[in-house]
Design a protein around this ligand. Structure first.
Ligand SMILES: *Cc1c(COP(=O)(O)O)cnc(C)c1O
Length: 390
């Protein structure tokens, strides 16, 4: 077999200078841990507002709820999409005013709505009659927006089925909201996270246009479109540039709603934080299962339960970098726990240098979103993923 030199496109993910800074910072710390670069989050926020000056941003904080991240985005002028009373509490503790918070979860207890209302929140999502009535009872007069069911085809991390309802149900809910003394404010959808097919926004927007027109015939003028999340981060599977997303999505909006379009909201999570995170992990063990096996197994000190749950079905393919020099060798990558589902990549063969050694540090890029907040509390005794802010 011909030998190929191991190479990794480091420049695609980090500048040499920043990487040296990360290494210096990581030197005396015990892996595994996540490093979050706040400057990079500011940069992503600026890039988003530059490309989409026509939107109002509600950061979906579940992607990375660290206080420092929230405060950074608050200072940038972001609004926030919260899903629970705990997230609302955190935002208020950090000084985010309630006009900048939406309650974006369709699943809520009555007392959650009551609490949110008591803290001044007046913007709620819904997708069912049951929830709408709860909102009317505990958050009278509030603005509500209605979540449409969308297909998640083309998304690396789909969010289909669980949220949203068909346009016929939504139509009835909008009419009912007025009767219940609420303000039907707009529509929302989520095309699936890390959505690489931009056309999915077009499909969802045409459903919105249909509903805007249908309820207008009943004298109800909706004012807002919430395009959700789904904007890309830089993993191994290529996605279009943010600029292309922005350009195409604005074109879809103008085709359906004209230049005098409704207020546009987006709820980015991944695209604001993922690229700002790097996980430093240590190679615990390298082994072969049999003499003839073609592949080595590389066991890391982080796995599905330590923060890399988005490797489920190998959905998200993180860039993983070794500094060793050598020839390419394919490997199966697994985590350190005693659960046999804790295998990160088996079908997609990652390559490492043949000189990869136990004890070596690897760098996992694009891990600022959906990692630490997903890490388990004490599975096999492993503590939740540590995070450092730089
Ligand atoms: C998780 C979530 C988001 C964020 O999606 P990303 O793809 O991470 O940008 C936005 N809106 C809602 C309602 C969500 O649940």
């Amino acid at each position: 077999m011909r030998k190929i030199k191991y190479e990794f496109p480091l420049d695609d993910f980090i500048s040499k200078e920043d990487f040296n800074r990360i290494k210096e910072f990581a030197k005396d710390k015990e892996p595994p841990f996540l490093i979050v670069d706040l400057k990079k989050i500011e940069k992503m926020y600026d890039e988003l507002t530059r490309n989409m000056p026509f939107v109002k941003i509600y950061y979906a904080m579940k992607a990375n709820p660290l206080d420092e991240v929230i405060v950074t985005l608050k200072n940038k002028g972001s609004n926030f999409d919260a899903a629970t009373v705990y997230e609302i509490e955190q935002l208020i503790r950090l000084g985010v005013s309630p006009e900048r918070i939406s309650y974006g979860n369709t699943i809520k207890k009555e007392k959650d709505i009551e609490y949110a209302y008591s803290r001044g929140i007046r913007l709620f999502v819904t997708d069912s009659e049951s929830d709408l009535k709860k909102i009317a009872k505990h958050a009278p007069g509030s603005r509500v927006f209605f979540r449409l069911l969308t297909e998640s085809d083309g998304a690396d991390w789909p969010l289909s089925r669980k949220f949203g309802a068909h346009p016929d149900v939504i139509y009835e809910l909008i009419l009912q909201a007025t009767d219940l003394g609420l303000e039907p404010y707009g529509l929302s959808f989520h095309v699936g996270s890390q959505q690489r097919d931009i056309g999915q926004w077009d499909n969802a927007l045409s459903k919105c246009k249909y509903l805007f027109e249908a309820v207008a015939l009943q004298g109800i003028r909706l004012k807002m479109l919430n395009l959700g999340g789904g904007f890309p981060a830089k993993y191994l599977s290529p996605a279009n540039e943010l600029e292309t997303y922005a350009h195409e999505i604005l074109r879809f909006i103008e085709e359906d709603f004209g230049e005098e379009h409704p207020e546009i909201i987006i709820e980015p999570g991944r695209s604001l934080t993922a690229d700002a995170g790097i996980i430093v992990t240590e190679v615990v063990m390298i082994s072969k299962k049999s003499k003839l096996n073609q592949y080595k197994w590389v066991y890391l000190d982080i796995g599905k339960f330590g923060g890399l749950i988005e490797t489920l079905n190998e959905s998200i393919k993180y860039p993983i970098y070794s500094e060793s020099k050598g020839y390419e060798e394919e490997a199966i990558i697994a985590g350190p726990t005693c659960d046999s589902m804790d295998i990160l990549y088996e079908d997609h063969k990652y390559v490492f240098p043949d000189t990869l050694a136990e004890g070596e540090h690897l760098y996992i890029f694009t891990t600022g979103a959906y990692t630490q907040s997903y890490s388990s509390v004490a599975f096999n005794g492993f503590p939740p993923l540590k995070a450092y802010i730089i």
